[in-house]
Design a protein around this ligand. Structure first.
Ligand code: AMP
Ligand code: TRP
Length: 329
C-alpha cells in the first residue's frame, strides 16, 4: 500500500520562503518517492478564521494553487480546494464533539492570534478541529508541516486516538514530518519572529514570486549584527543564523557548512541572494505560464477534488456510524 501524504496551506497571502522550506519542499521530496500517494489542499476555510476580503480570498486561492504547481507539484498529485469537499466540515463537527474547550484555548497559535483583539472569530478557536478533519478524512499517514503546526498535529493524533478508543477503530493515526533545520524560518527584518505571509509589512519576507531585484533589496536590508566574523549562533546572533540556515537549505548544506569560506555579512548576503534567485527563477517563470492558462489550473483542482472526495466521504461515513448517527439511507 502506498503511504498517504497530506498537507494543507492557507490562502491568506502569497506563499513565502518559509512555506517553501518548511512544507512545500519536504512535500515535493516525499512526493518523489514512488511509494507515496500525495494529497494537497488549499485550506480556504481556514482563511476565513481571520478578517478577510471575499474577492481577495478567491484570487489568493487560485494564486496558491498555481504557485504550488509552479513549485513542481505534479498535476497528477491530488491538489484540491478544501471547501469543494464538504466532508471536511462535516467531519470537523464530529471532531469538535470529541475535543474540549480547554484543549482549544490551550493552542499557542490561538493565544497568539487572539491576543489584544476583542473581536476574534469563533472559528479561530475551533480551527484545529477542522485541520484535524482535513488530515483524518484522507486516512493520512504522514503530514509535512513546519514547526508552528506541530501542536495542531499533536491535537489531531490525540483526537483520533480518543475517537477510536471510545467509538471503535475509525481513523488512521497520522505522524508529522518536520524538516530538521528549516522548520521555522525567521523574518529577515525581525529574526526572532517567524517569517509569515501576513502580520508584518513584508519587508523581511521573501515571497516565492518576488523578482530578483526585490529579493536582492530585501536580503540587503536583512538584520545582521556588527560583528566582522560569521558564526552560527541562533540565540546570540539570530540574523546571521537565519541567513545561514536559508543558504544551507537552498544549497543542500548545514548552516555551519554554508558559512564556511564566507567573510562578513556582505558576502553572506550576496550568497543568499544568489541562492534564492536561483531557486525562485524557475518558479516565477512557470507561474507566468500557468497564470496564462487558468483553465488548466481549474482542471487540476477539479480532478483533485473528484479523486479525493469519495475517500473523504467514506471515512466520514465510518465516523458518523461509529459515533451513533442513525444515517437513514
Ligand atoms: P500557512 O502559511 O500558515 O498555511 O502554512 C503552510 C505551511 O508552511 C505549514 O506547514 C507551516 O508550518 C509552514 N510554514 C509557514 N511559515 C513557515 C516558516 N517561517 N518556517 C517554516 N515553515 C513555515
Ligand atoms: N493550519 C495550517 C496552517 O496554518 C494549514 C492547514 C490546514 C494544514 N489544514 C491542514 C496543514 C492539514 C497540514 C494538514 O499552516
Amino acid at each position: 500500500m502506498p503511504t498517504r501524504v497530506f498537507t494543507g496551506l492557507k490562502p491568506t497571502g502569497s506563499l513565502q520562503l518559509g512555506n517553501y522550506l518548511g512544507a512545500i519542499r519536504p512535500l515535493l521530496d516525499l512526493a518523489a518517492d514512488p511509494g507515496a500517494d500525495v494529497v494537497v489542499c488549499v485550506a480556504d476555510l481556514h482563511a476565513l478564521t481571520v478578517e478577510h476580503d471575499p474577492a481577495l480570498l478567491r484570487a489568493r486561492t487560485r494564486e496558491l494553487a498555481t504557485t504550488l504547481l509552479a513549485c513542481g507539484l505534479d498535476p497528477s498529485a491530488r491538489l484540491f480546494v478544501q471547501s469543494t469537499v464538504p466532508a471536511h466540515t462535516e467531519l470537523a463537527h464530529l471532531l469538535e464533539c470529541t475535543a474540549t474547550y480547554g484543549e482549544m484555548t490551550r493552542m499557542v497559535q490561538f493565544k497568539e492570534k487572539s491576543a489584544g483583539s476583542d473581536s476574534i472569530r469563533l472559528s479561530l478557536l475551533t480551527y484545529p478541529a477542522l485541520m484535524a478533519a482535513d488530515i483524518l478524512a484522507h486516512d493520512t499517514e504522514v503530514v509535512p508541516v513546519g514547526e508552528d503546526q506541530r501542536q495542531h498535529l499533536e491535537l489531531t493524533t490525540t483526537l483520533a486516538r480518543r475517537f477510536n478508543a471510545r467509538y471503535g477503530e475509525t481513523f488512521v493515526i497520522p505522524r508529522g514530518s518536520t524538516p530538521p533545520t528549516t522548520a521555522r524560518l525567521k523574518d529577515l527584518r525581525d529574526p526572532r519572529s517567524k517569517m509569515g505571509k501576513t502580520g508584518s509589512d513584508g519587508a523581511g519576507v521573501l515571497f516565492l514570486l518576488d523578482d530578483p531585484d526585490t529579493v536582492a533589496a530585501k536580503v540587503r536590508r536583512a538584520v545582521t549584527d556588527g560583528e566582522p566574523s560569521l558564526a552560527f549562533d541562533p540565540d546570540g546572533r539570530p540574523g546571521v543564523a537565519n541567513l545561514a540556515t536559508l543558504l544551507g537549505a537552498l544549497t543542500g548544506r548545514s548552516p555551519e557548512e554554508a558559512l564556511a569560506g564566507l567573510r562578513g555579512a556582505g558576502a553572506l548576503k550576496s550568497a543568499v541572494t544568489e541562492a534564492v534567485v536561483a531557486a525562485l527563477d524557475p518558479v516565477r517563470c512557470r507561474y507566468a505560464e500557468l497564470e496564462a492558462d487558468p483553465a488548466e489550473v481549474d482542471r487540476v483542482l477539479r480532478a483533485g477534488r473528484d479523486a479525493v472526495a469519495p475517500g473523504a466521504v467514506a471515512t466520514t461515513a465510518r465516523a458518523r456510524e461509529a459515533i451513533g448517527l442513525l444515517g437513514v439511507a
